[in-house]
Write a protein that binds this ligand. Sequence first.
Ligand code: ATP
Ligand code: MG
Length: 342
Amino acid sequence: MKQNLEEGVDIFSLQDQDRFEESSHDFVPKSFDDYLGQKELKDKLSLYTQAAKMRKEPLDHMLLSGPPGLGKTTLSQIMAQVMGVGIKICSGPMMERTGDLVAILSSLEPRDILFIDEIHRMPTQVEEVLYTAMEQFRIDVIIGQGAGAKSINLPLAPFTLIGATTKSGMISAPLHSRFGINERLDFYTDEELCEIVMQSADFLELAIDTDSALLIASSARGTPRIAKKMLRRVRDFAQVKNHNKATLELTKQALAFLGINEDGLTKMDLLLLKKIVELFNGGPVGLETLASLFGEDKDTIEAVYEPFLMRKGYLEKTARGRQIPHKRLPYLKQKFLGQMVI
Ligand SMILES: Nc1ncnc2c1ncn2[C@@H]1O[C@H](COP(=O)(O)OP(=O)(O)OP(=O)(O)O)[C@@H](O)[C@H]1O
Ligand SMILES: [Mg+2]
């Protein structure tokens, strides 16, 4: 990925500049009504939140899993808002020592939410502190060293842990079993993303027609973060070239500038397809082989590239590996190898 994306603009990763843009220059949903899509999940969470609020109890501990950029953090912030409680956000790999977690846990007010991103990457000894904290709202802390060391039992305010993960399979069984609510976020439909694009455009005071919004939506890999990022670049084009009005032509230009073709595919998608056509005559090819050819890890291929290529009908999973569907193969052979379509 690294070598090729240097040529284009990386639309997948979340860089510091994006975080800044996301939080300060773009629309951020503050209520369940503002949060578009994920209807079933939203209905459930809205009910749980209202019930806990009425009982004046903390929400049940919750595990939210799903690919990056679908809105796990945003949903958690909305739940805190609705409950009228505080939320502390931290990430699993950041907590290197048990003391880091203890400090955060003991600073929580009753019913506060502790949101731990990438919870599957928390060191084991830190994770173990969570077990009693989650179950009994207390922690055992060792004070001092050697023979004089003492274990004291520290009570905590009743709180809610929301763990977010892109890899729910990597959560240990003891941790997994302590979450009362376990939900998954799915990729958004093009129609849902179109609404999200319109909502953001409105906030950014950018005039955009439905066709342009749909083009962004269908290129955005089912992911609001990517849709919003694309829209911000379309807005740059519109601002400089067309008095802040996005047209279909201008949207196409902006997407091409980002290295995205008319079907929403990036250079990396095309490279992946090209390898399967060139080296395996369309497949099937094993995921491991693809990953090593591509210089990427299996997880990235599975989480970032495959879902979109499958959604667009360019790739399918079979028992023997990944392959290009028969009806697409002639077109791709012609595109990559210059072979005539018969
Ligand atoms: N349903 C939605 N409606 C409108 N905007 C959304 C929605 N979901 C996410 N967004 C926007 O998409 C961006 C990414 O959302 P968020 O940071 O919550 O994703 P995430 O799942 O926590 O990602 P990560 O796994 O990378 O932490 C934010 O700018 C957020 O405002
Ligand atoms: Mg997040």
